[in-house]
Write a protein that binds this ligand. Sequence first.
Ligand SMILES: [Fe+2]
Length: 354
Amino acid sequence: MPLAPVDLSLIGQVLAADLYTEQGILLLGQNTTITPAHVILLQKQRVREVEIIQSLTEGTGEEVTSQLFQLDADSETVAAYVQALDKTRLLFDELTVGGAETLDHFSNIFFDVAEKSTKHLGLFRNLYVLEGADSYTYRHSLNVGILCSLIARLMKWDEERVAFMGIAGFMHDIGKMRVPKEILLKPGKLSEEEFAIMKKHTVFGYEMIREMKGGSELLALCALLHHERLDGSGYPEQRKGDSIPIECQVLAVADMFDAICSDRVYKGRTSPFEAAQLLWKEACNGILNVEIVAQFVRYIALLYVGAKARLSSGEEVEVILIHQDEPMRPLVRRMGEFLDLRHDRKLTIEKMIG
Ligand SMILES: [Fe+2]
């Protein structure tokens, strides 16, 4: 069994053997999943290394956790996000071994963080400043849930539908828990056969939600159809236009936005500005719903007023004013002077840095 150092990287790992103090008192039992409190306990007991069970996981979340706490988002919201991330990992991992969960398990985790993150925009703005592909599926699920309920609000849907969209976003990828880990976590490009298996996560998700106590047909359809595209280029059913429920069209926008902003899918990180621009292009090409993308892009643009960004030239600037007609080319301040990116067209916003 491998030995692991007692630090934050231990969170989420599973102990391979019972751990005793020097006096022979049992500290932690075999198969304990390490929490932050356990790390503190072990450090207090001056335990330097522990034996862990080697497992293929998506990472422990500690990288994200430590970065989140360095952000200036309000601490209660950050704590809620970190906690939700932790619980998401445990719940989703249970699905890999076939645990039949109920919808309530998912709702309970999601709604606390959803409520806080839509009220306190600090967290939302900072979601995409985080580096690293750590815990990708869990984070992606939480983020897409938050984004979906946000879009539903922007579309002026009633609170019941806002809540539905949040949970639909949170659960849209649960089918991935039935995709073999070697494929799900494979670094680099998937082969054609592997990609065909990966695509099945939509069908798996549909089945899992239908079997779940509390799951509805529409919720299951959201998992099934979130990769469909308006022009019929998506999967698994190559549906076109209105045959894709509007809820799934919202999900497609949120899913693509989070995927672009996270480094896992597109090499090198993309700023939310660039991501929004890409979504806009997809909408103009008849792939995504124009009305949904327009509402979302306008919101993203406004959210980033006052944020710090790095230009393609490498300079740091502050976003001052967002133009209604071209939100992705805002007026920025560079060392005291103003720069209108509508006029300096060689420069683009490359990365948000705070
Ligand atoms: Fe997906």
